[in-house]
Design a protein around this ligand. Structure first.
Ligand code: B12
Length: 227
């Protein structure tokens, strides 16, 4: 049963069906529950938000990327799926942001300059808030100068950078160099993530951690605290 609803969320996300009023590429789905209704139903049935994210949203968006790659999908199709993913995250948000007593630390998260992908970043923000951190979401397309300024003025201890494009991942290196120049090296630890980057790239640019998903962000900060 649980697997069935997870599969339905994933399928409807791939089809770009946010709610039951939306038409899918597969017309047989018309009039059936969309991502919003299915996510609510899954939570009611006791499926965890973690399962919804890891087994439906993330693999669903990966499949959308593959369809775009192969020429089956175009940008409006990607956008429809992205909106469905955003709607699911809005429903999961209150379940992930549990009440916090004391902050575990100050974190800022940004998608780098010229990159507007924000689904992954938003997941990271929500999960870190839920894990007890004070998180400033700096948004998308954020310039290196603005990131450095925010780190300085807000007393940020952990900075998360997201890049989904090979053309924008180089901004991460630029940010690390600018932090260094501003005398913030060692004061702020940098975590990177996004489809364009890897552990290898993190090592190359001197980032403190690479995270393949939002859950790894929590463990990575935990590990950095021990160092
Ligand atoms: C949805 C999407 C879009 C949407 C974005 C909507 C939005 N609000 O975000 C739209 C349609 C706008 C879009 C536009 C473009 N896109 Co696009 N997009 C995607 C797609 C299909 C999914 C991305 C996504 O949301 N994934 C789901 C989330 C949950 O995963 P995630 O982002 O990887 O995040 C997780 C982890 O990576 C990690 N993580 C991510 N960031 C961070 C940060 C930190 C600090 C940490 C700790 C962890 C972490 O945790 C996250 C949660 O688990 C990808 C395909 C793919 N496989 O990635 C292409 C993709 C990224 N896009 C691509 C391209 C080419 C473009 C465009 C250039 C297309 C065009 N010609 O205009 C534009 C660029 C716009 C711009 N300037 O940024 C290419 C990039 C190719 C490349 N190598 O550079 C991809 C890979 C598609 C493809 N296969 O060709 N895109």
């Amino acid at each position: 049963m649980e697997t069935e609803i997870i599969e339905k969320i994933r399928e409807n996300l791939i089809q770009g069906r946010k709610s039951e009023e939306d038409e899918g590429i597969d017309e047989t789905l018309n009039g059936t529950p969309g991502v919003i209704e299915l996510t609510e139903e899954a939570l009611e049935k006791g499926v965890s938000p973690k399962e919804i994210i890891s087994l439906a949203i993330t693999p669903g968006m990966e499949a959308v990327g593959e369809k775009y790659d192969s020429g089956e999908y175009f940008i409006p199709d990607m956008l429809a799926s992205a909106q469905a993913a955003g709607a699911a995250m809005e429903i999961l948000k209150p379940h992930l942001e549990k009440a916090r007593i004391a902050s575990k630390g100050r974190v800022a998260v940004a998608t780098v300059k010229d990159d507007i992908h924000d689904i992954g970043k938003n997941i990271v923000v929500i999960l870190l808030k839920g894990a007890g951190y004070d998180v400033d979401d700096l948004g998308i397309d954020v310039s290196t100068e603005k990131i450095v300024e925010e780190v300085k003025t807000r007393g940020i201890e952990y900075l998360g950078l997201s890049a989904l494009l090979t053309s924008t991942m180089t901004r991460m290196k630029e940010v690390i160099e600018a932090l260094d120049k501003a005398g913030l090296k060692g004061k702020v630890r940098v975590l990177i993530g996004g489809a364009a980057v890897s552990q290898e790239y993190a090592d190359e640019i001197g980032a403190d951690a690479y995270c393949a998903d939002g859950f790894q962000a929590i463990s990575a900060i935990g590990a950095l605290k021990q160092q």
